[in-house]
Write a protein that binds this ligand. Structure first.
Ligand code: NAP
Length: 460
């Protein structure tokens, strides 16, 4: 295995946390490994740059570790290279011993209710990409002249979106929130943000620090109706049966919010439980949302599910964000499981088709394109190690043979012949320095480039 692995050449597609942890694991096990990490953007770090909230700088400091991984002698970053157009999957197979897809979950799930296509109804992921300066979302417009907004879902993305909508300029200015978003949010008229959970407080998907942060905002009151956070018998039984520290802490925080007297601040965050949007109302733009009230029932498998009681209510709102989870997108030429939104795989080894027993030789998956959109950044470390170990096992058993593939020169020549302006890690470091310098004037860690041509021009 040692001799075979010594000349191993791996392509990693995607430069977010899962891609970097896969690279790190391979580097530890096979110091001579050659890794080419591709990204369709000129900038690395995936959701750490384009997803993590601007007011969570500590989480973003994980990129220092990724810089160390990128400094490994066998590592290259090839930014601005889209797999499926600049170079395709079958070409990668010819050029590398193994390919690890770390392409994440680039789109979002829909609610599937009438009115979802109206102006003013958006995916939370678009808003997140927009305020984080992701080039795909840079030019989106959101109806921030509405006074009421609705966020559907009770996960951490919903918390991020709510917090950004409710934050003061003093809170946002010293962050790396993009300038165009800062300007739009400064003019925002949104003063009420409803956050809707289809199940009860004990089933909310957010973690406690994110919930607590809502209560720490300078210009927002958090409003919770005590009646809506009373535990039903199923939830009480479930919590007494097994320890769930997050749910217990969340309940404690929610009771603290419910006991607070609103102080008449500029904005109100209203947390609602046991309600599902069933229709988005409006003729040519969002004017409100019809909600069905729910109760919890025990489903097969013991899960507590929301069931409509038959009672409904209407909320007035001009802006709606669905925040009900991300979804992976297919990669041309690679099998895809449409239902789950992932590459069909067993512990990271990609299958020839969903449900098949046969694996594709030398093709692997890590992160959200492997397991779906769950977990925090750190979850990707063991997840990527599992896949990387299987890759190395496949080298050891001779399933993949590292002596027969292409070279870096062949990759470079192919991209050059197609006119692709590849952005290296050194190039990215130049962009990084420029962004950091540009952020200084507003006391922010950086002012991001938000358009790909601007990034490429800055490197010329
Ligand atoms: P998530 O944690 O899976 O939450 C999705 C939410 O949407 C849940 O409350 C879910 O309710 C609800 N939902 C799903 N379908 C729905 C429907 N049809 N109608 C109404 N509600 C529906 O997803 P996420 O917020 O997108 O986060 C993705 C991952 O990123 C999570 O692991 C999250 O922790 C992580 N993340 C972490 C941070 C952080 O650490 N600060 C920040 C952002 C994201 P049910 O429970 O009833 O299904």
């Amino acid at each position: 295995m040692a001799a075979a692995a010594a000349s191993l050449r791996v392509a990693i597609v995607g430069s977010g946390p899962s891609g970097f942890y896969a690279a790190e694991h391979l580097q530890k096990k096979v110091p001579t490994v050659e890794i080419d990490m591709f990204d369709r953007l000129p900038t690395p770090y995936g959701l750490v740059r384009g997803g993590v909230a601007p007011d969570h700088p500590k989480i973003k400091s994980v990129t220092r570790m990724y810089e160390r991984i990128a400094a490994h002698p066998g590592f290259r970053f090839l930014g601005n290279v889209r797999i499926g157009s600049a170079i395709d999957h079958s070409e990668l197979q010819a050029l590398y011993d193994a390919i690890i897809y770390a392409s994440g979950a680039q789109t979002d799930r829909h609610l599937g209710i009438p009115g979802e296509e109206l102006a003013g109804s958006h995916a939370a992921t678009e808003f997140v990409g927009w305020y984080n300066g992701h080039p795909d979302y840079r030019d989106r417009r959101f109806e921030l002249n509405a006074t009421s907004a609705v966020v559907v879902g009770m996960g951490n993305v919903a918390m991020d979106v709510t917090r950004i909508l409710a934050s003061s300029m003093d809170e946002l200015t010293p962050t790396d929130l993009s300038r165009h978003a800062l300007d739009a949010l400064r003019a925002s008229k949104v003063n009420t943000i409803y956050v809707l959970g289809r199940r009860g407080p004990a089933q909310a998907a957010f973690t406690n620090p994110e919930l607590k942060e809502l209560g720490e905002l300078a210009e927002a009151d958090v409003i919770v109706d005590t009646k809506e956070i009373e535990l039903d018998e199923h939830s009480a039984h479930q919590l007494s049966g097994h320890e769930d520290r997050t749910a217990e802490k969340n309940l404690h925080t929610l009771h603290d919010f419910a006991a607070r007297k609103p102080e008449g601040r500029k904005r109100r965050i209203v947390l609602r439980f046991l309600v599902s949007p069933v229709e988005i109302l409006g003729s040519d733009r969002v004017e409100g949302v019809k909600l069905a009230k729910n109760r919890l029932v025990r489903a097969p498998g013991n899960e507590l599910k929301a069931e409509a009681t038959g009672e409904t209510e209407t909320l007035d709102a001009g802006l709606i964000f669905r925040s009900v989870g991300y979804k992976g997108v297919p990669i041309p030429g690679v099998p895809f499981d449409q239902r789950a939104g992932v590459l069909p795989n067993v512990e990271g080894r990609v299958l020839v088709a969903p449900g098949a027993l046969e694996m594709l030789t030398g093709v692997y998956a890590v992160g959200w394109i492997k397991r779906g959109p769950s977990g925090v950044i750190g979850t990707n470390k063991p997840d990527s190690a599992e896949t990387a170990d299987h890759l190395l096992e496949d080298v050891a058993t001779g399933t993949i043979n590292p002596r027969v593939r292409g070279s870096r020169t062949a990759v470079d020549q192919m991209l050059q012949s197609r006119g692709v302006q590849v952005v290296s890690f050194a190039d990215w470091q130049k962009l990084d320095a420029l962004e950091q310098a540009a952020g200084k004037s507003r006391g922010a860690p950086r002012e991001k480039f938000t358009r790909i041509p601007d990034m490429l021009d800055a490197l010329k």
